[in-house]
Design a protein around this ligand. Structure first.
Ligand SMILES: O=C[C@H](O)[C@H](O)[C@H](O)COP(=O)(O)O
Length: 262
């Protein structure tokens, strides 16, 4: 059930997007994700309230925190999960959990990203969890992003893959059309995210839909772009995380790089 607004959605982009989240991820890439995640967990101290990210990279961090708790290396951690999936995973490794209502200030959040630009701005949400991630990472004193080097881009949108926007299901085609028009100059194509198995709309943890935006060119000023998206009725939140990361840990063939926000 793809939207009529994206008839020429490029098949290779779709294939690439599936590869990024597919279980057939190469060992080498998953190993790099694990290396970045373990490095990030070195920032965690006993007694901290920790935002727990979502995705194949953040999963390694959650597992590692659970392991260190079990070994007694860490104690009295409170985890704030960014998705229902991470909630389940964290419970399975015995991390005590809470939420933003109870812990409105988070010491440290660790999460993956889909794109990282040279200024450490991010695209997030290709895994479908951007709203809770943004709420929790916004409330974090320190936000540590963990990626393998394939996530580095020259500019946001530069991977050619999706920039997700969470929208209310009501008249989503209207919202998709407005989003596409907003970025007409960047050659934007808006596509409803669907479940590969059923073709039904993908439904987020918040019971919303996701519109994936694909750009042919840079969208320019990211803050202005984000604000314009949020002004559209029907939009809940977008996957541009501008000026939010405090540290980005990149694992690559040449080793680990820790980039600090200047
Ligand atoms: O909604 C998903 C999140 O934003 C993920 O952090 C992001 O998609 C990166 O996921 P992964 O580590 O699996 O590449």
């Amino acid at each position: 059930m793809a939207t009529a607004y994206a008839p020429h959605f490029i098949a290779s982009q779709k294939a690439a997007a599936q590869t990024m989240s597919s279980p057939s991820l190469t060992m080498a890439q998953d190993e790099l994700k694990k290396i970045a995640a373990y490095k990030a967990v070195e920032f965690v101290e006993s007694g901290m309230v920790v935002g727990l990210g979502t995705g194949s990279t953040a999963k390694h961090a959650v597992d590692r925190i659970g392991e260190l708790l079990q070994q007694g290396v860490l104690s009295t951690i409170v985890g704030i999960p960014t998705s229902m999936k991470t909630h389940e995973q964290a419970l399975s490794v015995n991390i005590p959990l809470s939420d933003l209502d109870t812990h409105p200030v988070i010491d440290l959040a660790i999460d993956g990203a889909d794109e990282v630009d040279p200024d450490l701005n991010l695209v997030k949400g290709r895994g479908g969890s951007l709203l809770r991630e943004k709420m929790i990472e916004f409330a974090s004193k320190k936000f540590v992003v963990i990626v393998d080097e394939s996530k580095l881009v020259d500019y946001i949108g530069g991977s050619g893959l999706a920039m997700p926007v969470e929208v209310v299901p009501f008249c989503w085609k209207f919202t998709a059309q407005r989003l596409q028009l907003l970025f007409e100059e960047a050659g934007c194509v808006a596509e409803l995210r669907t479940c590969p198995e059923t073709g039904d709309p993908f439904v987020t943890d918040n019971r919303n839909y996701t519109i994936d935006l694909f750009f042919k060119k840079s969208i320019g000023d990211l803050k202005a772009a984000g604000d314009a998206i949020l002004r559209l009725p029907g939009v809940v939140e977008h996957g541009l995380f501008v000026d939010m990361a405090t540290v980005v840990i990149v694992a690559g063939d040449g080793g680990v790089t820790v980039k600090n926000k200047s």
